[in-house]
Design a binder for this molecule. Structure first.
Ligand SMILES: [Zn+2]
Length: 202
C-alpha cells in the first residue's frame, strides 16, 4: 500500500521548491506526476505552483471541498504532489488517504502546520492525524539562529495576531520565527502600541 506523507514547514522553508524538485526527479525517470493544489490560493494565479526561488509548474488539479476524485483519471500516475495542503478540507485529505489504498499511488503533501495564531489549519490537522510519514522542512528564525516553528504576521510592519486566518494576497507579511521570538515580537508590538496611545493622550 502506498504512503501518505505530510512535509510541513514555516513560511520561507522552501516547501514548494522541494515539491518541484521531487516532480523534476520523476520527470527525469519518465514517470508521470500529478500536481494538485487547493483552488483558493490565488497568490500567483490559480493554476500555477511557483516557488519564491522562481521555479514554476502548472497544477494539474485544483481542489475544493466538493472535488470528486472518481471523475478524474489517475491512469499511469506514479505520484501525487500537493502544494499548500494546509488549505485542503479534512474530507479531501481523507480522499487522498483512500487513493493511496485503492490506487496504490503515494501522495506527498506540503504545507504549513499552523497559522499566525499558532492554530493548526484544517488540512494540516487531518494530515498530522492520518499520514504515514510526517517530516519537517526546517528553516531558521528571521530574528535569531534557532529553528523556526511558527509564522509571525506583520501588518504595516507591526507584529499582530489580528485579522482572518486565511488572508491570501493581502498586504501582510509573514516571517518564520522560533517560539521565543514569536512571543517577544508580539509583546514588543503591544508595548509600542500602548506607548503610542499614551503619547497621543498626553
Ligand atoms: Zn528566534
Amino acid at each position: 500500500m502506498a504512503k501518505l506523507y505530510f512535509r510541513h514547514g514555516t513560511v520561507g522553508s522552501a516547501k514548494t521548491l522541494n515539491l518541484l524538485a521531487v516532480a523534476h526527479k520523476y520527470d527525469q525517470q519518465g514517470k508521470k506526476v500529478l500536481l494538485a493544489k487547493p483552488a483558493l490560493d490565488d497568490r500567483f494565479g490559480q493554476e500555477w505552483v511557483r516557488s519564491r526561488a522562481g521555479l514554476e509548474r502548472r497544477a494539474d488539479l485544483l481542489l475544493d471541498e466538493n472535488s470528486n476524485f472518481d471523475s478524474f483519471d489517475f491512469d499511469g500516475v506514479s505520484c501525487i504532489l500537493v502544494d499548500e495542503a494546509q488549505f485542503l478540507s479534512a474530507s479531501i485529505v481523507d480522499a487522498f488517504r483512500q487513493l493511496t489504498r485503492s490506487l496504490n499511488i503515494p501522495v506527498i503533501c506540503y504545507g504549513l502546520r499552523t497559522d499566525f495564531r499558532t492554530q493548526a489549519f484544517e488540512g494540516s490537522r487531518r494530515l498530522l492525524e492520518i499520514s504515514d510519514t510526517i517530516e519537517e522542512i526546517k528553516t531558521t528564525c528571521a530574528y535569531c539562529n534557532r529553528k523556526a516553528i511558527f509564522n509571525l504576521k506583520h501588518c504595516n510592519g507591526v507584529a499582530t495576531v489580528a485579522g482572518p486566518s486565511v488572508d491570501l494576497g493581502a498586504e501582510e507579511k509573514y516571517y518564520p520565527v522560533c517560539n521565543e521570538c514569536y512571543h517577544q515580537q508580539l509583546e514588543d508590538a503591544e508595548t509600542h502600541s500602548e506607548k503610542e496611545t499614551r503619547d497621543k493622550a498626553a
